[in-house]
Design a protein around this ligand. Structure first.
Ligand code: PMP
Length: 375
């Protein structure tokens, strides 16, 4: 038995893998694999429209939002978002994690060649992104880089970019920030379908598939129609308007990835939907955090409990050699990929939707055994 704690690509529901296996050589009596189907044919067309319809249902996506299945990973969105939405405007970024920082850094690069002004509202990098940047009515401390003043936000700005779940550092936003009426753009890569967010609060949401949606290679973009660029001026593959007018079929889409995503969406629905999965995820995460908090051996780098991610749980012994020994011990017992991201070290248990409760129970037992052997 193997438990896969990888942060992405990560564990997929077994039922989904079995279904894909069953249909691998002959999809719905077509005599062909999904991988062999033309993307312009009726079989793939129904795979695509069903995947979209199920995602719309699961996330209660309003009709005036477009759903796109793209390529290039969430990282390509770091550039596409300002390119499509921010020309001639300001755009704000909240840097509460490595990926939020990357989004801002890419925006700054782009602003050297395109007329727009990316502005960071704050960064918690100094404390290794162990907390979220906060909004305050007035900065209590003018040197506090971790807080921004809501009233300082220009209401004419294009958007405020946030990362909902910081995959590496294990923090997450559950209460959306006050953005002074400026549209929110959200990177939901690591908690889409795992946390029940209100889509209507965002102008754009994007997510790489490889955590809660399916295999790597698909990027989901959900965009409010009035946010689509008005003129076709961009390279077509980077233009939300073109991609949306062609219903994600401007070029050859990642067909097998979209098929797998559709199977995962069906699975999410069969589990009772996003709310039900969020409740399960909260239970799994609480089990692990409660154990860590009562232990004198393990610790969580995220001290503010309200900001803790329910998808990625980083922890450490506080001693690098113990951490290394734990990772090796866990690996040998079948607890795979529990090593923390190379930028922060320690351990990280990624326990997305498809990760079973029993796996967390067994991890806690493993942690107890290791603790006994090393104290
Ligand atoms: N944003 C977040 C929150 C992520 O976790 C990741 C990937 N781990 C990315 C962006 C980058 O995604 P991709 O590798 O699909 O470009």
């Amino acid at each position: 038995m193997v438990y896969n704690f990888a942060a992405g690509p990560s564990v997929l529901p077994k039922e989904v893998l079995l279904k894909a296996q069953d249909e691998l050589l002959d999809y719905a009596g077509s005599g062909m694999s999904v991988m062999e189907l033309t993307h312009r044919g009726s079989e793939f067309s129904s795979i695509l429209s069903k995947a979209e319809a199920t995602l719309r249902e699961l996330m209660s996506i309003p009709d005036h939002y477009k759903v796109l299945f793209l390529q290039g990973g969430a990282s390509t969105q770091f550039t596409m978002i300002p390119l499509n939405l921010a020309v001639g405007k300001k755009a704000y970024y909240i840097e509460s994690g490595s990926f939020g920082k990357k989004a801002y850094t890419e925006a700054v690069k782009l602003s050297k060649v395109i007329d727009f002004e990316p502005i960071s509202l704050g960064s918690t990098e100094k404390t290794k992104f162990d907390r979220l940047v906060k909004a305050v009515g007035k900065k209590e401390n003018p040197h506090d880089e971790c807080a921004y003043e809501i009233n300082e936000i220009d209401p004419d700005a294009a958007y405020v970019h946030i990362t909902l779940n910081n995959t590496i550092e294990g923090t997450a936003i559950y209460d959306l920030p006050d953005a002074h009426g400026v549209p929110l753009v959200g990177d939901m890569s690591s908690d889409i379908l795992a946390v029940d967010y209100d889509v209507s609060k965002f102008a754009l949401i994007y997510a790489g598939a490889q955590k809660n949606i399916g295999p790597a290679g698909v990027t989901v973009v959900i965009i409010r129609e009035d946010f689509l660029p008005k003129k076709e001026i961009l390279s077509s593959m980077l233009d939300y308007r073109v991609l949306s007018e062609n219903d994600s079929l401007y070029n050859t889409p990642p067909t097998f990835g979209i098929y797998m995503a559709g199977l995962v969406f069906d699975w999410v629905k069969a589990q009772g939907g996003v709310k039900a999965l969020e409740a399960k995820n909260r239970k799994k995460a609480a089990l692990l955090y409660d154990f860590i908090d009562q232990s004198e051996f393990y610790q969580s780098p995220v001290k503010n409990k309200a900001e803790r991610s329910i998808c990625n749980v980083p922890f450490t012994t506080g001693d690098q050699s113990f951490d290394q020994a734990f990772i090796a011990f866990a690996d040998e017992k079948g607890f795979k990929n529990i090593k923390g991201h190379r930028s922060v070290g320690g351990m990280r248990a990624s326990i997305y939707n498809a990760f079973p409760y029993e796996g967390v129970l067994e991890l806690v037992e493993l942690m107890k055994t290791f603790e006994k052997e090393h104290t």
